[in-house]
Structure formats: structure tokens, C-alpha cells
Design a binder for this molecule. Structure first.
Ligand SMILES: NC(=O)c1ccc[n+]([C@@H]2O[C@H](COP(=O)([O-])OP(=O)(O)OC[C@H]3O[C@@H](n4cnc5c(N)ncnc54)[C@H](O)[C@@H]3O)[C@@H](O)[C@H]2O)c1
Ligand SMILES: CC(C)CCC[C@@H](C)[C@H]1CC[C@H]2[C@@H]3[C@H](O)C=C4C[C@@H](O)CC[C@]4(C)[C@H]3CC[C@]12C
Length: 324
């Protein structure tokens, strides 16, 4: 095997897939046994009300507790957790977080089950730093907090694309262009995990118990304008320099959706994109500007903004056939 541009090993890698459910402690233990480092990224990502709060808690919090316990029992010393920007915000008060970093003071207040579960899970992981694992050595943990991830396989992007096609190549602006939303390319999020996994042992004193936002050089834009970076070259147009509907009407529609979801629950799962929570997230500025990952473990984005954009466009275009 040879060395690649970034000093990593290049060439075929053998991967053994072990399927399991993180809520089942014995299945997690079986997967973790013999591992030198664990990257815990499994989670139930649901801000639309598809799953119950109980299920979200079981997967994201109890599942994470199972992973920590498995590391302790197996004597695995290194644990990297995929957290989320939502552990910080946007908070329920809609306070903007403008180009903040890991030390920026912010009132993190959550009510929604998903951010609550991620915050609890992250706390479990960070508190486990230093805990003795089998063999007596201390566990070293840290958490990565991606902002909104985009790239190949981004389901919501595909949904917007299909909606745009249905509307004759148009999407209608719903959120003011001035509201900035943090985004990061999936390949760079993955790369950051790899680097942390690689460096955590050597730099345990510096990195243990730390949190890192995931960032790259993707531009700061509103959620919709950012999506248009990919959907535009695929033939869609965002109509309106300002939101088409007044904000109070969006709030009303989102509330109506929440009410319908509640009423229909005994019969079916009604989970549209727009609800009071997604509206609040989309309508609140949350962007990060930090170099902590660079300082602590030498992170530089593996994919430039141009590459990330091209790769995402190609993926959206490739999904066109199945969209029509
Ligand atoms: N998508 C984003 O914008 C974003 C942003 C920040 C953080 N995250 C975090 O990144 C991680 C991956 O999210 P994603 O966006 O790729 O979502 P995803 O739904 O594509 O991936 C989640 C994965 O977890 C697995 N999973 C779910 N329940 C499980 C269970 N009980 N046992 C084992 N595996 C289970 C799923 O099979 C899936 O492969 C999550 O922890 C999420 O909280 C995502
Ligand atoms: C009001 C509508 C027109 C627009 C609706 C868009 C909405 C579905 C989007 C906007 C922002 C998105 C979230 C954001 O990118 C960050 C995360 C963090 C991550 O941990 C899970 C996904 C999540 C919550 C995105 C979900 C979809 C959101 C709310």
C-alpha cells in the first residue's frame, strides 16, 4: 500500500460489515470487540415527526450509552462521536449564531426531541472521557459537530429537486436571503472523522473531551440560496428576491401541519418538511467560523468548495432519471 497526498494510506482497504442495532447492547458489544477506535455516527435524524420522541431517545441517547459501555467492556480506548450543530442551536428563542466558534457564548435551549437527544448523547460521550476501560487505561473521547451536511445522497436536496421539477423548473423563496445557514460537504465531514480517529491517541491530552465544529470553505448563504448552487445548474430557478409568503403565514402553515400531524397520528404518519421546528431552524442564522480542528489535529478540507459543488451537482443530475 502506498501513501496518498495527505499522508494517508492509499489502496484497497478490507472492510467487514457487521449489521446491528445500537439500542441492543449485546449487538453493539459484538461490533466493538477488537476495535482500536470507534467512530459512532449512527443516529436517528428526525426533525419531521416521523419517529416518536421515545424512539429518538432510545437510538440517539441509549444507543450512545451502549457504545460507551461497549468500549469500556472491550478495552477500546478511542471514541469519536458524530454530534451536531443542533447541540448548540439554533435555540428555541431564535437567537442568531453568526460565524461563531466552539467557545462562542450561546444560550443552548432545546425542546425538540432530536436536538435534545443529540445534546444528551454528546454530554455522555464527553463525560466518559477519562473513564477507565478494561485493562485500566483511560477512554479518550471527542465529539464532532457538523452543520447542515450536503453532498451525494442528500435526501432533502433530492426532494427539493423533484419538487422544483414538478413546479415547472421553479422553486419559490420562503426564507429571507439574509438568513445564513452553515453547510459542510459530506466528504469533508468524513475526512475530519478519519483525522480525529488517527490523531486521538497521540494527542489525547489536547483532544480528549473536546468538541469540534465540522467546517470547510462552503460559502455562507441562506438555506435556499445555498441549495441553488446545485439546483441552479440542474435547471431550477429560485423565484423571488424576497419570500413569496409573509412570515406569519408560514408560521400559520407550519402550526397547521403540526396540528394535522397530531390529529392524524392514530391513522398515519403525516410528516411534511414544514413544521414549527424546521421553519425556526431555516429562519435563524447559524454559521460557524473556526480553525480549532486545524490547530488541534491539522485538519484541512480534503475537498475544495469547487469539488464539493461539482460532485453534488453530478449527483443531483444523476438522480434526474429516477425523478421524472
Ligand atoms: N445530515 C445532517 O445534516 C447532519 C448534521 C449534523 C449531524 N448529523 C449526524 O450525523 C450522523 C449521520 O446522519 P445522516 O445525516 O448521515 O443520517 P442518515 O439517516 O443518513 O444516517 C444515519 C445512519 O444511522 C443508522 N441507524 C439509525 N438507527 C440505528 C440503529 N438503531 N442502530 C444502528 N444504526 C442505526 C441508519 O441506518 C443510517 O445508516 C447522525 O448521528 C446525525 O445526527 C447529521
Ligand atoms: C421553511 C422551508 C421552506 C424550508 C425547510 C428546510 C428545512 C427542512 C431544513 C432547513 C435547515 C435544515 C437542518 C439543518 O441543515 C441542520 C440539521 C442538523 C442535523 O443534525 C440534522 C438535520 C438538520 C436539522 C437539517 C434538517 C432540515 C432543515 C430543518
Amino acid at each position: 500500500m502506498e501513501r496518498g497526498e495527505n499522508g494517508g494510506l492509499k489502496g484497497p482497504v478490507q472492510v467487514t460489515a457487521i449489521q446491528g442495532d445500537v439500542t441492543q447492547a449485546h449487538e453493539v458489544a459484538a461490533a466493538v470487540t477488537g476495535a482500536h477506535v470507534v467512530i459512532h455516527t449512527a443516529g436517528l435524524v428526525d426533525v419531521f415527526g416521523r419517529a416518536s420522541p421515545k424512539t429518538i431517545y432510545e437510538v440517539n441517547v441509549q444507543g450512545t450509552q451502549n457504545v460507551i459501555e461497549a468500549c469500556v467492556q472491550a478495552g477500546t480506548r478511542l471514541l469519536v462521536y458524530t454530534s451536531s450543530m443542533e447541540v448548540v442551536g439554533p435555540n428555541t428563542k431564535g437567537h442568531p449564531f453568526y460565524r461563531g466558534n466552539e467557545d462562542t457564548p450561546y444560550e443552548a435551549v432545546h425542546k425538540h426531541p432530536y436536538p435534545c437527544s443529540k445534546a444528551l448523547a454528546e454530554r455522555l460521550v464527553l463525560e466518559a472521557n477519562g473513564k477507565k476501560v478494561r485493562g485500566g487505561l483511560p477512554l479518550v473521547t471527542c465529539a464532532l459537530r457538523p452543520t447542515g451536511i450536503y453532498g451525494e445522497g442528500h435526501q432533502i436536496m433530492r426532494d427539493f429537486y423533484r419538487q422544483g421539477l414538478r413546479l415547472g423548473g421553479r422553486l419559490f423563496r420562503a426564507i429571507p436571503a439574509s438568513v445564513e445557514h452553515g453547510r459542510v460537504y459530506v466528504g469533508n465531514v468524513a475526512w475530519m472523522h478519519v483525522l480525529v480517529a488517527r490523531e486521538l491517541e497521540q494527542r489525547a491530552a489536547l483532544m480528549g473531551g473536546q468538541v469540534y465544529f465540522c467546517y470547510d470553505r462552503s460559502p455562507y448563504k441562506s438555506y435556499e440560496d445555498f441549495n441553488m448552487e446545485f439546483l441552479g445548474p440542474c435547471g431550477l430557478r429560485l423565484v423571488g428576491a424576497r419570500p413569496l409568503l409573509p412570515y406569519w403565514l408560514l408560521v400559520l402553515l407550519a402550526t397547521l401541519n403540526a396540528l394535522l400531524q397530531w390529529l392524524l397520528r392514530p391513522l398515519l404518519v403525516y410528516a411534511p418538511l414544514l413544521n414549527p421546528y424546521t421553519l425556526a431552524v431555516a429562519n435563524t442564522t447559524f454559521t460557524v467560523s473556526t480553525d480549532k480542528a486545524q490547530r488541534h489535529f491539522g485538519y484541512e478540507p480534503l475537498f475544495s468548495w469547487e469539488d464539493s459543488r461539482t460532485r453534488t451537482i453530478l449527483w443531483v443530475q444523476a438522480s434526474e432519471g429516477s425523478a421524472r
